[in-house]
Design a protein around this ligand. Structure first.
Ligand SMILES: C[S@@+](CC[C@H](N)C(=O)[O-])C[C@H]1O[C@@H](n2cnc3c(N)ncnc32)[C@H](O)[C@@H]1O
Length: 355
């Protein structure tokens, strides 16, 4: 495994840009579950999607945490599996579309627990940019393969991997945890059914992370024509999953797309759109469901106690401890009064006799 920088957050300073940088680097550590005293990796023995085998977990020792930097393991508790360096790259792409004034919304197709989309929303918010973030996922894992024409006969079937199936209320709660609830839309359902509702959307950044030929191809077929010239597309797993690479290569070839592919890391690539490739008339997306609606449909998580409540509970605890202490002292006094009582009695009886 190659050496990677130690995953540390940037230091804040009163300078606004430094604080923004510190916030986003700290967020990255949190999303990758690298901010605590230790972290845990998850795994499954067979990835054939049929075995239904149980997920195992194992602590990730400090000397192997480079895996989390490079997105090589599944974090048991983290909110993104793409790793810190891909999150950093994503942040810089969002910053670039804002700096370059590229119009359009951003979308991730294949969100899992939402971490990469959370990073996109946080970066936009930190720049005061209110374009929309679309989060597309079945929120129920993978569909039966083979609904999309073309591609290999024998396709990945990942239906049995429960670990990759995260309900939408949990993903919504993850956005809420970071206060990132505005301008977020969830597109729930299998891409094979939902992507058509996004046709006509204008995109400045598309992130595809659906792992299979079908997911990748249907997203390219429906979303790519709405990608702005100067916008970016990221393909996770392009260098790792052959059938997914085939979907991308087929699509590029069919549409004469020759924009240079840039390697992000050992796993993922991206390119910046030029004029080449299919272009649609600008339209507006109609298929997204606002996060507020998701929240209304799903039972709210119990609210976390406010700082005031925590303070009050602490004070109450202290008062209870003081009461317990006073009661103990009182008890001690009561006990010590017994001999005093006997003494008083004997004094009284003595003084009575003297009279
Ligand atoms: C590798 S995970 C995504 C990882 C995520 N981007 C992150 O930051 O950790 C793949 C996701 O794609 C979703 N997915 C795969 N195929 C899909 C399909 N055809 N329709 C809808 N969702 C799909 C799965 O539910 C899963 O959440």
């Amino acid at each position: 495994m190659s050496a990677a920088p130690e995953p540390v957050a940037a230091r804040p300073s009163p300078d606004t840009e430094a604080i923004r940088d510190a916030y986003l680097s700290l967020l990255g550590l949190c999303l990758c579950d690298l901010a605590g005293a230790g972290t845990i990796s998850a795994g499954q023995n067979k990835l054939d999607g049929k075995s239904g085998e149980e997920i195992f977990s194992t602590p990730l020792p400090a000397e192997r945490q480079v895996a989390r930097y490079t997105g090589m393991d599944w974090p048991m508790n983290g909110l993104s599996m793409v790793g810190l360096s891909r999150l950093k790259d994503l942040q810089s792409l969002v910053e670039q579309i804002v700096a370059d004034g590229i119009g359009g919304d951003v979308i991730e197709a294949g969100a899992w627990r939402g971490g990469a989309s959370i990073m996109m929303r946080a970066t936009l918010d930190s720049l005061g940019d209110d374009r929309q973030v679309y989060v597309a996922d079945s929120f129920a894992g993978f569909p039966e393969p083979g609904r999309i024409e073309g591609g290999p006969e024998d396709r990945l079937d990942l239906r049995g991997i429960d670990f990759l199936s995260v309900p939408e209320d949990q993903v919504a709660a993850n956005f809420r945890k970071f206060g990132l609830t505005d301008n977020v839309h969830f597109v729930k359902g299998f891409f094979e059914d939902t992507m058509a509702t996004l046709q006509g959307g204008n995109w400045a950044l598309i992130r595809l992370d659906g792992d299979t030929y079908d997911a990748t191809r249907v997203c390219l077929d429906t979303l790519y024509s709405g990608l702005a010239v100067g916008g970016h597309i990221v393909i996770d797993d392009y260098l790792m999953i052959a059938e997914l690479r085939e979907a991308v290569d087929d699509f590029r070839e069919e549409h004469g797309i020759t924009d240079e592919i840039t390697k992000i890391d050992w796993n993922s690539v991206r390119w910046q759109r030029s004029e080449s490739g299919p272009r649609s008339e600008p339209g507006s997306v109609a298929g997204g469901v606002a996060l507020s609606e998701i929240e209304a449909r799903n039972p709210r998580l119990p609210d976390a106690p406010s700082l005031g409540e925590i303070e009050a509970r602490t004070q109450l605890g202290e008062i209870k401890a003081q009461i317990a202490e006073l009661e103990a002292e009182l008890e001690e006094l009561r006990n010590s009064r017994k001999p005093l009582g006997r003494l008083m009695k004997s004094i009284r009886s003595k003084t009575r006799r003297k009279r």
